[in-house]
Design a binder for this molecule. Structure first.
Ligand SMILES: NC(=O)c1ccc[n+]([C@@H]2O[C@H](COP(=O)([O-])OP(=O)(O)OC[C@H]3O[C@@H](n4cnc5c(N)ncnc54)[C@H](O)[C@@H]3O)[C@@H](O)[C@H]2O)c1
Length: 272
């Protein structure tokens, strides 16, 4: 018996845009791992992505292991696409219980090196899209008797060093989630935020490449996280195991925020 049996989940940004790890055929990112793990826990999964091929790949991987999944093309910086992603989920699976907003991009750098166009793009893709997705999904989740939403932020919401627009949008997402969590707690909808640390995901392999050797010494646990470790935390928050948890910010970072943050190199050995 799965923890999400009988539920319908919409995973937004459920493709994986980047090269696979050496030796793997399917690229895995936070969104794709979450979609696959939701299906393994019994949910029917709609994968939404602006890239239909990537969304289709995720849905195919789920069906290949006997799960239920379909895909929809949706660029969530566009309001109509957000509405359509919800409508298509209902048309295909009859209801909506769970929403994961995983879309996030990293454009721009410091205050003086980020253009206004870059900042506007970041606002549309990293923040407004989550507002829109929740705006369209929430009434349907309530109609289905309640459910849960997880928004994917980052430790960049609380630590500097990743670029001003990324940090600002990821921080604003905490407020967005908290607001919906409190306002809709009595509608039986839980809303939580995940703050991943340094994860070896498709996004990172695309943007940065293999950074394991460079960043591992800065992480108290001595390694990057995997997308599966993010997916497990998301599935927990979506499931009834988290039935009394709403409005929280769950950090999944191998100890980065408890330690020295992302910028400084650890100077202590494990016995130091
Ligand atoms: N990897 C890390 O170290 C790390 C750390 C903290 C937070 N995160 C967060 O994790 C999330 C991404 O993780 P991932 O591994 O799944 O990355 P990814 O880039 O591989 O996957 C995200 C998917 O979103 C899709 N997408 C991008 N823009 C879209 C749009 N406008 N509309 C619809 N789909 C769109 C992409 O096509 C892609 O398939 C982001 O929110 C990111 O900020 C990652």
């Amino acid at each position: 018996m799965g923890r999400l049996d009988g539920k319908v989940a919409l995973i937004v940004g459920g493709g994986a845009d980047g090269p696979p790890n050496p030796g793997e055929t399917l690229s895995i990112g936070n969104g794709r791992a979450t979609a696959i793990m939701c299906a393994r826990e019994g949910a029917a999964v709609m994968v939404a992505d602006k890239n239909p091929t990537l969304a289709h790949e995720t849905a195919s991987a789920i069906r290949a292991e006997e799960g239920r999944a379909d895909s929809v093309a949706a660029d969530v910086s566009k309001e109509d696409d957000c509405r359509r992603a919800v409508e298509e989920t209902e048309r295909r699976f009859g209801k909506l219980n769970l929403l994961v907003n995983n879309v996030g991009i990293a454009v721009g750098r410091s205050l003086l090196n980020t253009t206004i166009d870059e900042f506007n793009l970041m606002y549309e893709v990293n923040l407004r899209s989550h507002f829109l997705m929740m705006r369209y999904a929430l009434p349907e989740i309530v109609k289905a008797g309640g459910g849960a939403i997880v928004n994917v932020s980052s430790v960049a919401a609380i630590l500097a060093g990743s670029g001003i627009a990324y940090e600002a949008t990821k921080a604003a997402l905490l407020g967005l989630s908290r607001s919906v969590a409190v306002r809709h707690a009595r509608d039986n909808v839980r809303v939580n935020t995940i703050l991943p640390g340094l994860i070896n995901s498709s996004m990172v392999r695309r943007e940065i490449g293999d950074r394991e050797e460079r960043v591992a010494p800065r992480i108290p646990m001595g390694r990057q996280g995997t997308p599966w470790e993010i997916a497990k935390a998301i599935v927990f928050l979506l499931s009834d195991d988290a039935s009394y948890i709403t409005g929280i910010q769950l950090i999944v970072d191998g100890g980065i925020t408890a330690g020295e943050g992302m910028r400084r190199r650890s100077t202590q050995s494990s016995s130091g």
